[in-house]
Design a protein around this ligand. Sequence first.
Ligand code: DX5
Ligand code: ZN
Length: 220
Amino acid sequence: MKNKRIIAPSILSLDYSRVSAQLDELLDSKADWLHFDVMDGHFVPNLTFGPDILRGFKKACPLFMDVHLMVDDPAFFAPVFIENGADMITFHTEALENDPAKIKALVDKIHEQGVLAGITVKPKTDICQFESLLDCVDMVLIMSVEPGFGGQSFMEDQLDKVRWLDRKRKEKDLSFRIEIDGGISGETFRKAVDAGCDTLVAGSYVFKNGICEAIERLLS
Ligand code: DX5
Ligand code: ZN
């Protein structure tokens, strides 16, 4: 059975001068998830939100919290964000030297804490090396920009990874989600969906175009 399409607005692009009005709009919209980008200033050259902010968002906006860890030490931070409201933790394989054993250990640790687990790769990282992990993850996130900032252009060549994942998902009869993050707009989303994505992160497109309308378009 095909996974339902889910839109995960990235709060990186939220207008922080009117947070509560934007959260009300999100709750009125067809968004099922919120995408919460955690950056530590080391793994990527930008700093964002800590666990207290996640807890506040969860209280004000009880959507599924899709936490994307862009940090050097995901094994340390995963439990911290789980305690503060994460429903899904997705971490970068590069932060664990792309070592399948270390990656599997962290996926298991996240599952033990009752939360879904995803893995993600930067644009230059090969995804095929993680084929053996596909049956233990809930989601694979393909980055379609270099992680660190919103508002960058969509890297269409990353869709080859999505097509490979979708093929493996069918061959192995698995149901992990395929999420895409970076440069998703009213135009690019269609290519991502056609390639096999079922979970679309969108930051600037959603928050700069009228939240409800932009999400409707991404679901069309
Ligand atoms: C980038 C983040 C994204 C970002 C996407 O490192 O992971 O989630 O918010 O922003 P847009 O949709 O503007 O490319
Ligand atoms: Zn993200």
